[in-house]
Write a protein that binds this ligand. Structure first.
Ligand SMILES: *[C@@H]1O[C@H](CO)[C@@H](O)[C@H](O)[C@H]1NC(C)=O
Length: 288
């Protein structure tokens, strides 16, 4: 169970965690964020009629997720919204959360578990990813990398969780009912509970220099500035494993293929609790 819960954390790459629990200013009179002037805005959480404030200010995020973590439990409102995942680690607080976090951590940090994760990824690359890319090269067809990587993650996760390979990542690209259901559920949660009024900035631009320093080295930003894996005591337990898998896949692709995003392809985010692209990521593949 702990493992399934841990993988949910990996799956849910960018939950709008703050959006729901950031600051119920009206209820939490004893503690305020340091920069209350810099909240983005308010919107209604439909089920509760309560007003929720949102923030993107890293100082506030650090305060809420790290330095004052214990004052900001998820609470019952959050649990009601995400009832579909019941008592998953993502949805619980205090002792139950700590207990589950500790047991998941014990599994994730084991050397043999990490080795299994890598060997599972490598064999999925060889038996799933490479045939798809080779087929695309040979037949000169476009590939939706978002779909490919979702299937990759889905297969490798279910192998580790259940010991069974669903083989979603294959040239036939079979329909994945469970994957569709996860997308459907997360969209439904979003539309049912949030009337979005969130701000946005130039997130659509491809600007890798955001992550490169003036001297050309990789820029390390604190996790509260980049919430893909959350921050503070709730930092995603699968973060290390995810990076391990991403690097394994990236190295294999970069060494063997040239990938080019189809000209004019629009990468718009889907308004949902899972961050994904509206039209996938259509690319052309060539062999190096
Ligand atoms: C979880 O682990 C921490 C650090 O090892 C420990 O202090 C704490 O008592 C543990 N909590 C539970 C509920 O097991």
């Amino acid at each position: 169970m702990a493992m399934i819960i841990g993988f949910l954390d990996i799956f849910i790459a960018f939950i709008f965690f703050l959006v729901f629990r950031c600051l119920l200013l009206y209820k939490q009179t004893h503690k305020f964020c340091p920069r209350t002037g810099q909240f983005l805005g308010c919107f209604r959480v439909c089920s509760s009629k309560s007003i929720v404030s949102t923030t993107v200010d890293p100082v506030n995020i650090h305060y809420i997720l790290s330095s004052n973590f214990v004052n900001y439990p998820k609470g019952m409102e959050f649990k009601k919204i995400f009832e579909v995942i019941e008592d998953a680690i993502f949805n619980i607080d205090s002792g139950m959360w700590e207990d589950m976090r500790n047991s998941s951590h014990a599994i994730f940090s084991r050397q043999d578990f990490q080795s299994l994760w890598v060997s599972t990824s490598v064999s999925k690359i060889n038996q799933g990813l490479v045939p798809i890319l080779d087929n695309a090269v040979e037949k000169n067809i476009l590939v939706d990398l978002q779909d490919v990587f979702q299937r990759f993650l889905f297969d490798t996760s279910t192998i580790l969780m259940t010991g069974y390979d669903l083989k979603c990542l294959s040239i036939e690209m079979p329909k994945v009912d469970f994957g569709d259901a996860v997308d459907g559920v997360s969209d439904a949660i979003f539309y049912r509970h949030v009337k979005p009024a969130c701000g946005s900035y130039n997130i659509e631009e491809f600007r890798p220099e955001r992550w490169i320093s003036a001297s050309g080295r990789l820029k390390h930003e604190p996790s509260y500035k980049f919430l893909a894996f959350n921050a503070g005591p709730r930092t995603c337990l699968g973060k290390k494993l995810t990076f391990l898998q991403m690097k394994t896949v990236a190295v294999n692709i970069i060494q063997n293929y040239e990938i080019q995003v189809v000209e004019g392809h629009k990468t718009e985010p889907v308004p949902s609790v899972l961050l994904r692209m509206q039209h996938g990521l259509k690319v052309r593949v060539a062999k190096i």
